[in-house]
Design a protein around this ligand. Structure first.
Ligand SMILES: [Zn+2]
Length: 267
């Protein structure tokens, strides 16, 4: 497993970074030198990480940690979190947030933290999905649902006992090119009490930070195939449950080279 630190640095800090031998103007795409910040990604094993980490602590520069697992770590996990590497537009109608009332039963919904939605109707998309080389996608704002090509549902997910929901156009016509996986199973995660969380001041529900450094927390019981976490993740008004898969489901998805990214949970 490799840990990567991703920093978004204001170019006003150029002098401070020059002091440790890093010129912010020489990072990234020179065509984007008009931008006020640069994105610096450093592996934890990079010699520059130690001086950079103490500098950003003084400057109060935020950063996120990303984990890249070895193949053996992914194949050895009994439960994994995953997402599609692709997004395709927004749930419709998106401009006024009208999709919420159309798609979900909102009787238990909290508009402050975003928790409590239950899907009641198919999602609507702007148009048929032009897949190209992709097999899976997700909608922006909807991190807990996976959309796939119908033939991929048939060959990869249906044999694992996973059903689908149709997807509709903005006007309510059924789309031919895409289906949504019906994920009904729930799995409880052993999230450490020290993990960053926020309690909603309106409904009292807890939401966790989505990022874990290294392994994801273990599952109380491994998913049968594909599941959502009991726990919510997200920040502000956004909340979602994490998509989780069993070892066998991962092996199928990996063998079919689906455009997904995976994070191993601790066993
Ligand atoms: Zn709330």
């Amino acid at each position: 497993m490799k840990l990567f630190h991703r920093l978004v640095i204001d170019k006003d800090y150029r002098d401070q970074f020059l002091g440790i031998g890093i010129d912010l103007l020489h990072i990234g795409n020179p065509d984007k030198n008009w931008m006020p910040f640069v994105v610096l990604t450093l592996a934890e094993t990079d010699d520059r990480w130690l001086p950079v980490s103490s500098l950003i602590e003084r400057l109060d520069v935020g950063h996120t940690v990303e984990t890249e697992f070895a193949r053996t770590e992914l194949h050895g996990a009994t439960c994994l979190h995953f997402c599609s590497k692709s997004t395709t537009g927004y749930p419709e109608p998106s401009s006024d947030g009208g999709y919420l009332a159309i798609t979900y039963d909102l009787s238990d919904y909290c508009d402050q933290c975003g928790t409590g939605k239950t899907q009641k109707q198919p999602f609507r998309m702007k148009s048929e999905v032009k897949w190209g080389r992709r097999q899976t996608t997700q909608l922006n704002w909807v991190e807990e649902e996976l959309f796939v090509r119908p033939d991929i549902w048939e060959s990869v997910f249906k044999p694992m006992g996973i059903d689908f929901r149709p997807v509709q156009s903005v006007g309510g016509r059924e789309l031919d090119s895409v289906v949504q996986l019906k994920v009904e199973e729930e799995v409880d995660l052993n999230i450490p009490s020290t993990h960053v969380a926020e309690v909603c001041s309106k409904c009292g529900r807890v939401k966790f930070q989505h990022n874990f450094n290294g392994y994801w927390p273990s599952a109380v019981s491994s998913p049968v195939a594909i599941a959502k976490s009991v726990q919510y993740f997200g920040w502000g008004h956004a909340a979602h449950r994490a998509l989780l898969i069993s070892h066998d489901m991962f092996e199928r998805m990996d063998a079919n080279k689906l455009n997904c990214q995976y994070w191993a949970c601790s066993n």
